[in-house]
Design a protein around this ligand. Structure first.
Ligand code: KG4
Ligand code: ZN
Length: 385
């Protein structure tokens, strides 16, 4: 890359290196520097995700002759190894690591995607929800880079990224659908009628499903992050071995509660005392997973009944869980419901879903990218707002 490249070392926040009269074909200028997508040519979006413990950057192309959004390249750096020693995410360390990773990852995706900075049409970033310091890194880099290049920026809601991520899969959904959003911080059921048309049907009143996996795993000495570890151990266990609660299963609404499950797991761990054998831990892991999965499946089916919809989209980190997929597939097949998931590697946080959400919002006319580089982040942010 040449010396005017703002991604070159030591040149992160820079001067505009592209003439301000430069205007990508795919974008037309509106009052106040607002940008919209044109249907004639494709639009190239760089997406940056930095809301928690993963730095993700990706290139997505949309529109023009493309029938579907295309993921040209994506790169991810997981901070799991760094946080493991502390048993969970340390926010300050997370922010510092995002600073170290984001520019090299951006370089990597441009190279992999065979595109140059000048070819970018929009730079998107996660505005929230998430850790304030971590979000500020992605937002700051996105806005600085965009300002240096004289390109527009688009802030994205992290959950909207998860929600739309199955549109990058080999089996993309069609609107409308019911979405089961199951991540480390959120558990929600939504009615999704189109891009930006989201109705909350129910959500957790305390812990999220991912948190239930993580906290139970911690109690079993499985470390961080617990979800994948607990799920691997559960493969060897008997899911009927321990009777664990299924909170709010028959509540009549579409809300969830997982805090009681964690307490029940703690009680079991205390009862077991000493150093139980491996099989005991595997049985407890399988029983815990079965409790979480049963509640998620039953409530998802209830949401399908309530809305009369025949399509379910599952998104977020817990969507990678093999048992959840198996149970949902079986239950939905019986009812003639189609289920869609993101590709496995796009279930947990990544930049592709952020670039995609930005591209789909632009395409649907639900957002306009702006050449307005003042930024803020929204650590707490409801998708419906
Ligand atoms: O969506 P995500 O990457 O981050 C948030 O936005 O929160 O989700 C992370 C969550 C963690 O709680 C992690 O333990 C869980 O997803 N997770 C899993 C699996 N893979 C990730 N939980 C159960 N089984 C898995 N295979
Ligand atoms: Zn997430």
């Amino acid at each position: 890359m040449g010396s005017t490249n703002p991604l070159a070392d030591g040149h992160v926040v820079g001067r505009p290196c592209v003439p301000s009269c430069w205007m990508p074909e795919a974008i037309s200028r509106h009052n106040g520097g607002l940008m919209q997508i044109s249907s004639n040519s494709s639009t190239l979006v760089l997406g940056i995700e930095s809301s928690c413990d993963e730095t993700g950057v990706a290139l997505v192309e949309v529109g023009g002759s493309l029938a579907q959004p295309q993921l040209l390249a994506h790169a991810l750096h997981s901070q799991i190894d760094m946080h493991r020693a502390y048993g969970g995410v340390v926010p300050e360390l997370a922010s510092r690591d995002h600073i170290r990773r984001v520019i090299p990852l951006a370089r990597q995706v441009l190279e992999q995607g065979g595109r140059t900075l000048e070819q970018l049409n929009v730079i998107a970033y996660t505005q929230g929800p998430g850790l304030a310091g971590a979000l500020l890194v992605g937002a700051g880099v996105a806005c600085s880079l965009a300002a240096a290049l004289d390109k527009p920026v688009l802030p994205v809601h992290h959950l909207e990224g998860h929600l739309l991520s199955p549109f990058l899969s080999a089996d993309p959904p069609e609107f409308p659908f019911v979405a089961l959003l199951v991540s480390g911080g959120h558990t929600q059921l939504m009615q999704v009628d189109g891009v930006g048309r989201y109705t909350l049907l129910g959500e957790t009143i305390d812990d999220a499903a991912g948190e239930a996996f993580d906290k139970s795993a911690k109690l079993m000495g499985l470390g961080y992050p617990g979800g994948p570890a607990l799920s691997r151990l559960a493969e060897f266990g008997d899911a009927q071995a321990y009777k664990l609660p299924r909170p709010l299963l028959h509540s009549g609404d579409l809300d969830f509660s997982f805090a009681g499950l964690k307490t029940a797991v703690l009680t079991q761990v205390k009862k077991l005392g000493g150093q139980p054998c491996d099989q005991v831990w595997a049985d407890l892991a399988a029983s815990t997973q079965a409790a979480i999965v049963e509640v998620l499946v039953k409530k998802a089916l209830k949401a399908l009944d309530a809305t009369g919809m025949k399509r379910l989209v599952v998104a977020g980190g817990v969507g990678a869980n093999a048992s959840l997929r198996q149970e949902l597939n079986a239950a939905c097949a019986k009812r003639g419901v189609r289920v869609h998931y993101p590709e496995l590697h796009l279930c947990t946080d990544n930049g592709a879903m952020i670039a995609l959400a930005a591209a789909m919002r632009l395409q649907a006319g639900k957002a306009q990218a702006r050449k307005d580089y003042a930024f803020d982040v929204r650590p707490r942010w409801d998708l419906q707002q």
